[in-house]
Structures are given as structure tokens and as C-alpha cells.
Design a protein around this ligand. Sequence first.
Ligand code: ADP
Ligand code: ASP
Ligand code: MG
Length: 439
Amino acid sequence: MKKVVKFGGSSLASAEQFKKVKNIIDADESRVYVVPSAPGKRFSDDTKVTDMLLHVYKTASEGKDIDEEIKAIKARYDEIITGLELKDFSLDEDFEIIKKNLKEEPEVDYAASRGEYLNGKIMAAYLGIQFIDAAEVIFFNEEGNLNDYKTEKTLSAKLKQYDRAVVPGFYGMGKNGKVKTFSRGGSDVTGSIVARASKADVYENWTDVSGFLVADPRIVDSPKAIKFITYRELRELSYMGASVLHEDAIFPVRRAGIPINIRNTNKPEDEGTWIVESTCQKQDYVVTGIAGKKDFCTVFITKAMMNSEIGFGRKVLQAFEENSISFEHMPSGIDTMTIVVHADEFIHKEQSVISAIHRLAEPDSVEIESGLALIAVVGRGMKSASGTAGKLCTALAKKDINIKMIDQGSSELNIIVGVNNKDFDTAIKAIYEVFIEKK
Ligand code: ADP
Ligand code: ASP
Ligand code: MG
């Protein structure tokens, strides 16, 4: 049995947290490869080290002095080193190099990545095992995506040399020979890559909640934890903002059939959530999880007889493609079609998209609206249950929430509802109540 264990920022924010992590690793000898994040928040309005580093980068790139900011970051690490009583270990030299590099040629990814690099060094020293710099084993291609082939080959060969090792999360080497990071929260992706390359039996992802919860704990009070969730369900929920695991983290392990176990560093006795390819485990509820995101825009297009005009949909989508905008959903009626897009991508290009739609598809009208929130209600059990959509709509109607859009995926794995941004929290609470509390 071999396990890869990834610890998130809050699990490594202080010496006290590092000690919990060591206890967890020592409690099971199959926990052989460790992927740490950078130190996260110690208390709610604390600053994550990654954010401090991003700020240093900004200061350096404006040509201002960074000595004080570097000192504050070093203090975070020194506090951990002292708290762990690590004798004969220091990051002084590393900090000198980092400072010099940031002053001479500030690079944003390099700056951000140092959080995990330094924490990885501490972790390796504390556990007394090998440190492997992620920049030597994880590679990106020219487009900035993971170079799967090269990474798998190099990383698996490297891991074979060591029975136990620490590989810092979040970064690797870019095609241009410079350090490159994944997007925020990307240590989850590193954990998954290490699990696949080492042919692990389990990828344990240790965080600050006892598993994947049915709904965001910042919206619903003490939501229940999900015991088993499939990769597909998780993908739907992560994509829609359930941020417990990076949305790309499932791909490497999924292909290798390795389950992910989300666990709580502060409550190691809790079983957490199992993320699996498929399961026969009986579900407690029809709905596995609820997640959502705010700030979408809708582009509502009308044209008489559009249903019989061959190629109409393609022309409309071409207008978005020409503007490099991806779309989220496309509910349609007989003479109407709505395209849902994320506001961030759309707002600064809205007029260009509208004129392209007119030019390409010659519609009768195009109307746009903002402030839409999308909520995904996800569950493999919905396929064999009837009345789910009805129950959902009734729950929202009872709270006077107007449903602006509803879309059931053909896999019957999810139902997406669109509501006004202002109704977002109330809607999630109402859905949780009807499917989980009052089941
Ligand atoms: P880490 O630093 O360990 O990577 P993250 O902050 O990335 O942890 O993810 C854990 C957090 O995700 C939780 O503290 C919680 O606030 C948030 N979260 C959002 N949605 C959910 C959900 N459905 N289940 C569990 N946690 C969630
Ligand atoms: N430290 C990085 C971040 O804050 C990566 C991670 O935590 O996974 O985004
Ligand atoms: Mg995370």
C-alpha cells in the first residue's frame, strides 16, 4: 500500500500545524510521498504566504524596495522553524537568493512558487526525508499546460530513487526554462500528479474541513459531509465553485483509477470524503452536492423561425468564438436562444459580440442582462429519482426566488438553475433544506 499525502495551506500555517501533520504521516507508514502547500492563514484575517509573495513581486516590479516585505515573509518561516526546534536548519541562504532574483528580474510565477518551495524544504528537514524540487520533475508545454508525458517520465523515475520524499506543490518548470505555477490552489494538482507517477493506491488530500461538504460551509451552517462522490459529480461541483479541490486535480488520478480521500488535518479521526470513479455505496440523499457561482451574463436572442434555419446556432456561437469567449450554457426555445457567459470574459467585449451576432446571424433582437448566479444541483441519484426538478422549483418559489433559467444536463447528473445574484445564498440554503434537512 502506498499513499501520497497533500497538505493545504491551513494545515501548514504554523509549527503547531506541522506537528499535527507529522503525527498523521507517522501514524501510517504507507504515507510515503508528501506534497505541501505554502503556509496559509493562521487566523481568519491573516495573510497567506502566497499572497505576501505576490505582493513582493508587485513591489519589486515597480522598482521599489522589497527588504521589509521579504523580512515579514521570512519571519513566518522562522517562526515555524523555531517552533519545530529544527537545529542546523535555516532558510537564510534561500532567502538571499530569492531576494536577489526578485530584485534583478521579478517574475510573478517564480515569486508565488517560493511559498511551497520553502515550506517543502522545512517539511523534508522535519520528516528527515528527501526534498525534490518540483521544477526538476514537473514540466509545462508551450501553451502553459502540463506536459504530461515528460512529467510522468521524469517524475516517476525520480520517485523510484527514494522510498519517501517531499515534492512541493503548485509549480514546475515552464517551456522557457523559468518556474511556472498552476492557477491558485494548484498544489492539489501536484498531489494528483505525484500520486499517478508513484502508482499510489490512494491520494489523500488533507485540508481544514472533514471532507467535501454537501454545500459551501460559508453559506450553509454545518453542512453534512459527503461520504462517496464520483469524479464526474465532483467535477461538476468544483467547476461551479465548490473550491475544496482544484478543478484540474482529478484528471491525473482519474486516468490511473486512484481514489482521492479528502481529510481534515484538525480531525484526523474523521473518515472524510472518498472521490471515486464509480461506486455502489448507498446514498443518503438524492442530491450529492450543491454549488454555485455569481456574476454571469445572459445574451437573449430572438428570431422568428430560428428553429428551422439551418446553421443558426453555429452562426451565433461563431460570434462568441471570434471574440475568444467560452460559453457556459445555451438553453433555447422555438424562436429564442440564450447564451450564458461569465461576466469577466464578456463585459469588456459585449458590443463587439452583439455586432458580430447581428452580422453573422441576422436576428430580430439581442438583449443582454447581467447579475445572474448559477447554482448546480448535482447527484448520480437523480437519474433514478422522479420529481427532483419539481421539488427544486417549489423550494425556490416558497422563498419568492424567481428562476431565470433552468437546465438539466442530458446525463441527468445535474440541474442548473439561474437566479439573481442577490438571491444566491437564500437559494442555496433553500435547496439544502429541501433535499438534505427535510429529506
Ligand atoms: P487548502 O488550503 O487545504 O487547500 P482550501 O481553502 O483550498 O483548502 O479548501 C478548503 C475550503 O473550501 C474549506 O475551508 C471551505 O471553506 C471551502 N469550501 C467551499 N465549498 C466547500 C464544500 N462544498 N465542501 C467543503 N469545503 C468547501
Ligand atoms: N499556495 C497556493 C495558493 O495559495 C497554492 C495552493 O495553496 O494550493 O493558491
Ligand atoms: Mg486548496
